[in-house]
Design a protein around this ligand. Structure first.
Ligand code: NAD
Length: 260
């Protein structure tokens, strides 16, 4: 899909990857970009900059996603691209409190379901639309410091695969964006809390947005701004146990690094 004259909604659009997507969609000639975020002022600032509309929206609340889609339809008459991007990082393992597991599920997984539920009917009717989910490379190769995060991202990837299978023949394109480190507030927060293994190869959100727009043109399902992730996935599929041994060694190095 070409973005020119299209209408897009971007959640988590006030910062980081979402802001870069909103800016890039506008630069590509989108007719309307709705910037949605829990941070209403941040969303407004981005919307003002690109001539879009801002909506304060908590994606964990389905009613607010329904209202967001309704607003895009009312303002622009159609919705071409639903970019479900908002997300949070939650670290730890099974010892992480239930409240944290629930929160990351509510923000990183269910909003993709709400977004599809709200956007797909009108897209199916028109025989056209694009569902773009910001997932993570953690969905493919896990995240050694953050089980709750990795689990929600694997769930999200599975959901987008399902959508692509179910709706690919309805004219609805589906892509799952799976970056490794991207220099945003989320990565800065990871570095602050010690889980900093992704800093080294981190790229800028603008680079991610460029990769996304190119992939959307071709309607490629899996978007990998870090090309090396494809090789990690191949190695994992070739020999799962070898891959797990490698991940244990990586974990040891990170733990030793944190201790030192
Ligand atoms: N930065 C990375 O290294 C990286 C890597 C892979 C995937 N991702 C994913 O990219 C997406 C964007 O993250 P980012 O790195 O740009 O982080 P970020 O913190 O810079 O931006 C996230 C935005 O989402 C908003 N947000 C958080 N909770 C929300 C909610 N409940 N409702 C609405 N908005 C909410 C925040 O206000 C913020 O503006 C996330 O899904 C994240 O998991 C990030």
């Amino acid at each position: 899909m070409e973005l020119r004259d299209r209408v897009a909604v971007v959640t988590g659009g006030a910062n980081g990857i979402g802001r870069a997507l909103a800016r890039r969609f506008a630069a590509e000639g989108a007719r309307g970009v709705v910037v949605a975020d829990l941070d209403g002022d941040g969303a407004q600032a981005v919307a003002d900059e690109i001539g879009g509309r801002a909506v304060r929206c908590d994606v964990a609340d389905e009613a607010q996603i329904i209202a967001l889609v309704d607003e895009a339809l009312a303002a622009y008459g159609q919705l071409d691209v639903m970019a479900s991007n908002a997300g949070i990082g939650v670290g730890g393992g099974p010892e992480a409190p239930n409240a944290d597991w629930q929160r990351v599920w509510d923000v990183n997984f269910m909003p993709h379901v709400y977004a599809a539920r709200a956007a797909v009917p009108a897209m199916r009717e028109r025989g056209e639309g694009y569902l773009l989910g910001t997932v993570s490379a953690a969905a493919l190769v896990n995240h050694i410091g953050a089980a709750p995060y990795a689990v929600t991202k694997s769930g999200a990837l599975s959901f987008y695969e399902w959508l692509a299978i179910a709706h690919g023949d309805d004219g609805i394109a589906v892509s799952a964006l799976c970056p490794q480190g991207v220099r945003t507030n989320m990565l800065a927060e990871e570095a602050r809390t010690g889980r900093s293994m992704l800093q080294a190869g981190a790229i800028e959100p603008e680079q991610v947005a460029g990769t996304v727009v190119a992939a959307m043109r071709d309607e490629t399902f899996l978007i990998l701004p870090h090309a090396e992730v494809a090789e990690y996935v191949r190695r994992k599929a070739d020999d799962y146990d070898r891959w797990l041994r490698g991940m244990r060694r990586l974990r040891d190095r990170v733990v030793q690094g944190e201790a030192g």
